[in-house]
Ligand binder design. Structure first.
Ligand SMILES: Nc1ncnc2c1ncn2[C@@H]1O[C@H](COP(=O)(O)OP(=O)(O)OP(=O)(O)O)[C@@H](O)[C@H]1O
Ligand SMILES: [Mg+2]
Length: 262
């Protein structure tokens, strides 16, 4: 299958003021390369501060990279091309439900990206909003509701609707399932897997929950202090972790492959 997203030597450093106004450069992500195919899920794990969210921000274009390239379908994404990029690569955060603007209806919330990125008229946009809400397991008529009228799990579905409405190719989930209770989490995972099948989505799944990672992802990349220390097929890495950081992460969750459920 063809490569959808290819990342080449992507890195991030921050410049901070040190003593006596000297500039100090901190590298939070060393040059990193990987690729993903459509329909696949790449999991990224690593201890806190290892650079996972930084990588996500570079991929969606929320922060400029210090070096490297991102190719989508063989085309390089430029730093300035935020509009083009946010159409194809979308991100869902842990608390994205709570970041829905409370003064807007779901119709208005979902209409924003459509107005900005599509030439569709009002009727067509409304139609698309209705079918997208249905796709994520909500009702078309929910478009007239305000965010506070939904539960946490439903809000997460609205964030998902907002993420998929522009027919993206890649969705990044940065701890997006962490705030949900286990039964809602399983429902959301099943929904994400269904959408992946239907739409050919590639997911980048950042999570501390190794049960979810094992159930959900095809490949895995382990970050430590901004470097990839181990990568491969999820089951291979989880069955036989080679690097001590991976071993520690698995041990810390007392992760036993055969007995652990999500
Ligand atoms: N704007 C910034 N300026 C300087 N350093 C930053 C900035 N943003 C992030 N960092 C640093 O980059 C490092 C990586 O942070 P990042 O948020 O990517 O970690 P993470 O792996 O997502 O951690 P967590 O699992 O806790 O979410 C941290 O040490 C953080 O302090
Ligand atoms: Mg993070």
């Amino acid at each position: 299958m063809a490569e959808l997203l290819r990342v080449e030597e992507l890195s991030k450093s921050y410049q901070q003021k040190g003593f006596w106004l000297q500039k100090q450069i901190t590298t939070v992500l060393e040059p990193i390369s990987f690729s993903i195919q459509a329909h696949k899920t790449l999991a990224i794990i690593g201890e806190t501060g290892s650079g996972k969210s930084t990588l996500a921000k570079l991929l969606v274009g929320a922060e400029p990279a210090s070096s490297g390239n991102i190719h989508l379908n063989g085309q390089v994404l430029r730093d300035g091309s935020y509009k083009q990029r946010c159409q194809h690569i979308r991100m869902i955060f842990q608390d994205s439900g709570t970041t829905l603007n409370p003064s807007l209806t779901i119709l208005q919330l979902l209409d924003e990206p459509l107005k900005l990125n599509t030439p569709f008229n009002e009727k067509k946009r409304k139609e698309l909003i209705r079918t997208t809400l249905q796709k994520v397991g909500l009702l078309g008529d929910h478009m007239n509701f305000y965010p506070h009228m939904f539960s946490g799990g439903q809000k997460q579905r609205i964030s998902l609707a907002r993420a998929i409405i522009l027919q993206p190719q890649v969705i990044i989930l940065d701890e997006a399932l962490a705030a949900l209770d286990p039964s809602l989490r399983s429902q959301m995972i099943n929904l994400l897997l269904d959408l992946q099948q239907q739409m050919g989505l590639a997911y980048i799944l950042i999570s501390h929950n190794l049960g979810i990672i094992r159930h959900f992802s095809d490949d895995i990349m382990v970050l430590s202090q901004g470097k990839v220390v181990e990568s491969g097929k999820t089951l291979d890495v989880m069955n036989k972790p080679q690097h001590k950081v991976t071993q520690k992460l698995l041990m810390s969750q007392n992760f036993q492959l055969k007995s652990k459920k999500i």
